[in-house]
Design a protein around this ligand. Sequence first.
Ligand code: NAI
Length: 334
Amino acid sequence: MQKEVTLITGDGIGPEITVSVKKIFEAAGVPVAWEEVNAGMTALEKGEELIPQTLIESVKRNKVALKGPITTPVGKGFKSVNVQLRHMFDLYQNIRPCKSTPGINSKFDDVDTVLFRENTEGLYAGLELYDDRLEMADSIARVTKKGSLRIVRAAFEYARNFDRKKVTLVHKANILKWIGKIFLDAGEEISKEYPDIEMNDRIIDNMCMQLVLRPRDYDVIVTTNLFGDILSDLCAGLVGGLGLVAGANVGDEIAIFEAVHGSAPDIAGQNKANPTALIRSAILMLKHLKMNNFAEQIDNAMNKTLANPQHCTADLGGPLGTTEFTQTVIDNLN
Ligand code: NAI
């Protein structure tokens, strides 16, 4: 029985790296049937909307999607496709696991954190006003009790399910009094339901420094939208960069998995893209679908491939192109 999954191929390097995932899934015999749809620039060029109705219907039907990076045209009044998708499907959890990979050159070799970023509120709620006369702009960060409780609960639930010991809440309650209070109160309330898991909190600026100095001290991290956006790239930098890090946008009904990086127009169509981040996002998707054996098999093949610098793509200092890297991962499947 095959599971239908929506595949948003995306822009720039999107088509190349989604082909990698498709080839690896086929070679491993993963029982997934892809329903391919367009979005972003590719959709506009084909005369469709930035987010076509076919995409919306497909995601609603399948409940699970894998998404390549999307280019949002800048300065033409378009809202970010990514932000719209998160709001449209209420994907309130943005989950980014950052773990050191043996063989990959990075500052630390023992990082293993999972970041939970609130994905629908804060400064990304879309509440922006511009006063032409005063030449002044207001951006309103909206944080709700309901939104804080559900993201904090998701982080604690993850910690319990994956045998993690500690959840760190990140905030700026010393300055942002109300937003900080709502978020910290949510932490206090939820943590009572999880006495087996330690909770602590850090102010965002201190957290940045702590992560750069002692990342191993951090296990599960949960924070509001903007702080999460920044911390997730910081954490990616700790383990070798954006090309390696997977992401998941998860709601109660629907989940969309995507690489953390963008559409990399500078290398698009040149067989230079590293598909690792999207392949790892697809591995997260397999775990979400409870296809753990396939997830483990592909994860092992990825780690075996990345452990050999001669089997890496150019961004990691290796000699392989996207196609050759993909074939090496397939050769390493067992
Ligand atoms: P980017 O992540 O696309 O590229 C930054 C740099 O990293 C570039 O030099 C690029 O070549 C390199 N790079 C990125 N991914 C790579 C990969 N898999 N393999 C090898 N090298 C890689 O960020 P940038 O340039 O700021 O954004 C380009 C476009 O992507 C923009 O239109 C932006 O809006 C969009 N974007 C989309 C995202 C998404 O769909 N989730 C996330 C971030 C940006």
